[in-house]
Design a binder for this molecule. Structure first.
Ligand code: SAM
Length: 217
């Protein structure tokens, strides 16, 4: 078996970034080159990308593609924001990505550097359970980290009725950080009730099932 060092992969990625003039790959390669950070690999692996792609396709089909502003909660390193902003189907004015972990802010800003410079992306450090969603309204609120949220009910109670939301969670209880898993799509529906459901589905992954609900709270 051959073992390539980091430089080998970096050279190839930098080569691809020269060919592709869109910001996504350029910002991704610059982020990898500057930040020796294992969370980049965890956040950009095939499972995570499949979940985000599922979200983006389902959102486009069920709730549309034009949003003045989007709030991504538990946004981690900002991968979903980067994928939404690169997708030619979408017309999104601005995305704000919020995470409680202060280390995420720098990574999310690097991964979305071109959009941040254009005023279309902002990374903030905050607890989603403390935000005032009525004072600062967003056309769309996304939370793909529901399984990570301690005291989930306290967060969901703060989201105004009628707010368009996209929620993902899973049943992967073996992960210690997953404090709020649900066993089924029905249980997810009971945990996060919506006035109008535009889409809901379950997607089997290799080790767990991911659940998604899109609708108006
Ligand atoms: C591992 S990541 C994301 C996993 C998820 N499957 C995804 O890709 O969206 C979960 C993130 O939620 C964040 N998080 C957990 N509780 C939070 C809270 N109360 N407010 C904001 N972010 C939170 C964590 O800091 C972490 O970066």
């Amino acid at each position: 078996m051959t073992h390539f060092d980091d430089e080998f992969y970096r050279d190839i990625l930098e080569g691809l970034a020269v060919l592709d003039e869109r910001p996504f790959l350029r910002d991704l390669v610059a982020t990898i080159a500057r930040h020796d950070e294992p969370r980049l690999g965890a956040a950009l692996n095939a499972n995570q990308m499949a979940s985000k792609r599922w979200l983006i396709d389902a959102l486009a089909q069920s709730a549309g593609t034009r949003f003045t502003d989007v709030l991504v909660l538990g946004g981690w390193i900002g991968a979903l924001s980067a994928l939404l902003l690169r997708d030619p189907r979408f017309a999104i004015g601005r995305i704000v990505s919020v995470d409680i972990d202060p280390r995420c802010e720098t990574l999310a800003r690097a991964l979305n550097a071109t959009h941040a410079a254009a005023g279309r992306f902002e990374a903030r450090t905050a607890d989603m359970r403390e935000l005032d969603y009525a004072a600062e309204r967003f056309a769309l609120v996304v939370n793909t980290s529901c399984e990570h949220v301690v005291d989930f009910d306290r967060w969901y109670a703060r989201v105004p009725g009628g707010q368009l939301v996209v929620l993902q969670t899973n049943d992967y209880v073996a992960c210690a950080e997953h404090v709020n898993c649900v066993p089924s799509l029905a249980a997810f529906g009971a945990q996060a009730p919506m006035r109008e459901v535009l889409y809901e589905g379950a997607r089997p992954m290799r080790r767990y099932t991911r659940f998604m609900r899109i609708g108006r709270k």
